[in-house]
Design a protein around this ligand. Structure first.
Ligand code: ZN
Ligand code: ZN
Length: 168
């Protein structure tokens, strides 16, 4: 896990410190599946800006996650370009003016980057936006083998359930 010691920075109000850093990004569990960042160390840029009343932190990075497609379970890759901001007041009176990622002088970059990615994840991670998914009758991948089955007559009660299911 990557952290950054902010004590070494002796910034006066108005000054900023800019630094390129490699930040270790942990794997994610999302919808019961595992998504792995490739590479596991992301290139990022940290900017620390001293203001009159506190310190502003900005972390910009790109991350690429590999994992299964939500519909067909094939390989999906998600690329994200993010810029996250945190603020720490010099004398925080309430919790809103302090960042949870600063513990003493250590800024927990890995935890911060992980949370930023979590917040940016789409509802569903797909291999392609219009992934056809798996056939509900035979389980075959409909992207690779598009096909249809003879219409199966359903009990009307099941049909009602089925249409409910298809709406989600
Ligand atoms: Zn897919
Ligand atoms: Zn089928």
């Amino acid at each position: 896990m990557t952290s950054f010691n902010v004590r070494q920075l002796k910034l006066t109000p108005g000054e900023e410190h800019r630094q390129a850093l490699e930040v270790e990004l942990p794997s994610f569990e999302f919808g019961g599946q595992l998504y792995v960042p490739v590479p596991g160390e992301i290139e990022s840029e940290l900017v620390v800006t001293r203001t009159l009343t506190g310190t502003l932190f900005t972390l910009a990075f790109r991350a690429r996650l590999h994992g299964p497609c939500h519909r067909c379970l094939g390989d999906a890759v998600l690329e994200l370009a993010l810029s996250a901001r945190e603020y720490q007041a010099s004398s925080p009176d309430d919790e809103e003016l302090s960042t949870p990622y600063l513990e003493g002088d250590e800024l927990a970059l890995s935890a911060w980057a992980r949370d930023a990615v979590s917040l940016a994840l789409p509802d569903k991670i797909l291999c392609v936006p219009d992934c056809a998914g798996l056939c509900q009758f035979c389980g075959e991948n409909l992207n690779e083998h598009p096909h249809e089955h003879e219409r199966v007559e359903l009990d009307p009660r099941w049909a009602a359930l089925e249409s409910l299911r298809n709406e989600t």
